[in-house]
Design a protein around this ligand. Structure first.
Ligand SMILES: Cc1cc2nc3c(=O)[nH]c(=O)nc-3n(C[C@H](O)[C@H](O)[C@H](O)COP(=O)(O)OP(=O)(O)OC[C@H]3O[C@@H](n4cnc5c(N)ncnc54)[C@H](O)[C@@H]3O)c2cc1C
Length: 164
């Protein structure tokens, strides 16, 4: 059982598969996407990398490796005594061994009032970046995305060095 399909969870699942062709491998993934490259997200946000270049796996890759993955599913509880994972979809998964590879969470910016900002989007996941890109486009809807990007870059420069 692997919780999280970031690079840590993915590597674990794939290495397990290489070591044991018959093991039952189940992944619980909060996101809707197969593994993607977080490092490429700032360039994707800037429009310098095409969407398909961000992805490192396809949904078919999991099937091909006989890895059972549940996208858009949150592990809500782990019963370490009885070895059961519960999910937000009401599922219960029994496991023999578990890797919890659910990553970290960005800290909110330390500026006064930053917690009151309605649209503070750390470029942590692809969903955040897609949301940010949609916001960028909405900044200058009539003038198109080419004009919106420099405007958004100025906004982003205020605090998030990744987006520069
Ligand atoms: C914009 C950006 C740029 C970066 N640039 C670099 C770089 O240049 N060099 C470098 O070394 N590192 C870089 N990093 C850091 C690097 O991406 C992380 O160290 C790495 O992604 C961590 O991998 P992980 O698998 O441990 O966790 P994550 O990639 O965070 O994956 C964890 C996954 O678990 C999922 N998850 C969380 N909770 C649950 C739950 N309860 N149930 C199910 N799933 C859950 C999350 O949705 C996520 O998909 C960057 C990160 C970002 C965001």
């Amino acid at each position: 059982m692997v919780l999280g399909n970031g690079i840590a969870g993915q590597t674990c699942a794939e290495d397990l598969r290489k070591a044991d062709p018959d093991a039952s491998i189940v992944m619980i993934a909060a996101e809707r996407h197969p593994l993607y490259n977080r490092v490429a997200l700032p360039r994707y946000l800037r429009g310098q990398v095409r969407r398909e270049k961000v992805f490192m796996r396809t949904a078919e890759d999991y099937a091909r490796q006989n890895i059972e993955i549940h996208f858009e599913t949150w592990a809500t509880d782990v019963d370490l005594t009885d070895k059961i994972v519960l999910t937000n979809r009401g599922q219960e998964f029994k496991y023999d061994a578990i890797l919890i590879a659910t990553g970290g969470r960005p800290k909110p910016p330390p500026w006064p009032g930053s917690s009151d900002v309605s649209a503070c989007l750390p470029p942590e996941g692809k969903g955040d970046v897609d949301h940010a890109r949609a916001m960028v486009s909405s900044l200058c809807p009539r003038r198109g995305r080419r004009s919106a990007l420099p405007a958004a870059r100025r906004v982003a420069r205020c605090g998030v060095h990744h987006v520069r």
